[in-house]
Design a protein around this ligand. Sequence first.
Ligand SMILES: Nc1ncnc2c1ncn2[C@@H]1O[C@H](COP(=O)(O)OP(=O)(O)OP(=O)(O)O)[C@@H](O)[C@H]1O
Ligand SMILES: [Mg+2]
Length: 319
Amino acid sequence: MPDEYGAGPDIAMKPVISIRDVVKTYASGFQALKHINLEIDKGEIFALLGPNGAGKTTLINIICGIVTSSSGTVTADGHDTVRDYRAARSKIGLVPQELSTDAFETVWATVSFSRGLFGRAPNPAFIERLLRELSLWDKRNDKIMTLSGGMKRRVMIAKALSHEPEILFLDEPTAGVDVELRRDMWSLVRGLRDTGVTIILTTHYIEEAEEMADRIGVINKGTLVLVEEKARLMKKLGKKQLTLQLQEPLSGIPAELHSWGLELKADGHDLVYTVDSSNSIDISSLLKRMSELSIVVKDLHMHQSTLEDIFVKLVSEPA
Ligand SMILES: Nc1ncnc2c1ncn2[C@@H]1O[C@H](COP(=O)(O)OP(=O)(O)OP(=O)(O)O)[C@@H](O)[C@H]1O
Ligand SMILES: [Mg+2]
């Protein structure tokens, strides 16, 4: 049936970044990326997770035009990142994983210069606002080499935002950053998203992805093994386990309890019930049934799997 309201795919929002069949083989012959396909929507926070060496930085550097892909195409806001490099790059801000700053420059000079590199007219009021938001205003006349590691990281963020990009890449933005700065960065990132900026971040802190991301991609050994909305991922792969610790161990699950689908663990000391998206549990009737069978429960606890459990399971499976 035709859609009379015109909500067809032709008017669907175009992705702000589109990665098609990207392969990267380094000069050493090592294949760091194997046929990556991914689209990033405008205004989302996308978290890219993966173990060391998975290919996260390689992928980001390809999108930002710092590394060239061996094959495949990437567009940023409709511009091919190779053929139309300048236009694509002007839309992108990058906070690289490795801190590299102009040690002898002042904070103000380096951030203002960065804006100029992208052909943007000077805008001291904007730079002031940026430095104030990043708590760098008091340090504006200090040389970068005199700053602490966390402050240097803020300078990197200020540089990345200096030309008012629509897309921001944060490659391990909170590695080695204290709890307070991490929280500041999270609220900064949320604030940017609220103004329509699309954010792609990599992190080793699963809790950061859990806290921030709208969507999660997991990359392992150069392959995207999963891309999913965070909420749906947690619902689909997340599970709850109820463990009943027994006073006396059982040698087997009594026939009367077979229909519950329980597992016996810890040498018969634990009865475990797993709740996933396909079932639910009526704990009171299970406990009632057990007491009728004179099985005494000493203790019980519930475990809800986290994104971390899901992640560990995904990357431990052979890719
Ligand atoms: N210039 C290079 N030459 C050869 N191999 C490289 C080069 N850069 C990266 N690699 C290899 O490509 C793979 C992916 O590296 P990449 O830096 O993209 O991983 P990552 O996911 O960002 O890891 P991390 O979490 O440690 O930052 C690694 O095996 C790495 O050794
Ligand atoms: Mg990296």
